[in-house]
Design a protein around this ligand. Sequence first.
Ligand code: NAP
Length: 483
Amino acid sequence: MTEAAQANIGVIGMAVMGSNLARNLASREGNTVAIFNRSPERTRGVVAAHPEAGFVASETIDEFVASLQKPRTAIIMVQAGAGTDAVIDQLTERFEPGDIIVDGGNALFTDTIRREKAVSPTGIHFVGAGISGGEEGALKGPSIMPGGTAESYKTLGPILSSIAAVSEGEPCVTHIGTDGAGHFVKMIHNGIEYADMQLIAEAYDLLRYNAGLTPAEIADVFTEWNKGQLESYLIEITAEVLRQVDATTGKPLVDVILDQAGSKGTGVWTVQNALALGVPVSGIAEAVFARSLSSHPEQREAAAGLPGPANTVAVADRDAFVEDVRQALYASKIVAYSQGFDAIRAGAAEYNWNIDLGAVSRIWRGGCIIRAQFLNRIADAYAAEPNLAALLTAPYFAEAFTEGQEAWRRVVISATQSGLPAPAFSSSLAYYDGLRAKRLPAAVVQGQRDFFGAHTYKRVDAEGTFHTLWSGDRTEISATDSH
Ligand code: NAP
């Protein structure tokens, strides 16, 4: 039985994320943490395993609410979807104006907008907060992306800052924007993560099958890369995965893992929303599609006999090829991040959020899955030019293309010639070439659209809108008035 109002913060949901976040909170000076879980056995288990945390544990939601000091703050870490709605309902029935409900789960941002709308008339603050870093991040310091009102952040900011990862002296948390902004940015974070992972996987494939390196040798290459421009958590852990030997077979573990990649849906959300916003996140989309392609064994088996190139290309100079792949990976990575930040900017415009893109890049430097030195370069780019048209045009990144674009092309050619799929590498290059093109074949598409649907077109040399009378005498008429 809990004594009254001892805790300054509460966590609901004692599965891996919630219990680790609660332990993280409890380890910071000044915090007394209330905990609650739908099934009390789980709460008891957490209390027994972590007596040092001094948790104020409750077995009913009423006890939990009573154990919180006012204004009450509770972080929900339960299964996204119906579970989150159920807990929000329980809390709104019991909380008072000024109290704060934080959803730290992986909610779809439109659900967060809906929930905020439903809760705010009660005077209770509802904050959707994206939390990245997995189990370890929750325990040791995640990257946190809270939305909600600026007022709620006054209370919440110091608490979240105390448990967030720290990068270069700054906590990896910032108030992203109102209502669903935090979950939107977390969604894009995950989309970028998909692209980053796929690009690293393609680099592995090229080094393994075109350059003939073993997984252990590739692990060494990645470890080396991790000391330079590509330094990142994902490169570091990929080296660990590639170095791992399977205890049963003695083979590299990567060779016994079934080559079908799963997903939990945040990559799909990113692409769906980018499509709706008209933002070409092609690198992220290819990464999502690559996972879906891998997970259709029946199609892959049926297509396995289709012809490939007669001769695969032998790499003449291994070291030069490794360096080419490194540069191609870096260039493609810049494209993926540029596309992701474009999506954040478009989302902010659509949903009326005032999002500081530089601050977003800074809070991703630590705690989250895409953490990397590289994010400092993005922060610098937005500090120098907050209204950058496209991140990849920032001087530092433009220089990387000057240095690496020939290598990028050689790598895509090598993959194509040897029949090795490198969808993220090649689509990133196509995006780069598309964006820098002086003329695009979009003019042909507009001509086609005008031909079959009288959709009209604009001219490069005159104001207004035009239509050619394709089925008549093919003269051009002004369509400005009629459209
Ligand atoms: P989870 O497996 O997603 O969810 C299990 C928890 O949800 C349990 O505490 C369960 O309570 C509770 N729950 C489910 N339905 C409920 C309901 N109707 N009412 C009340 N409680 C309910 O847990 P998790 O992996 O720790 O993740 C928690 C949240 O963090 C999720 O939204 C997840 O997407 C997000 N997240 C996870 C990760 C990760 O790496 N795992 C990373 C970032 C974010 P019972 O014990 O009673 O069943």
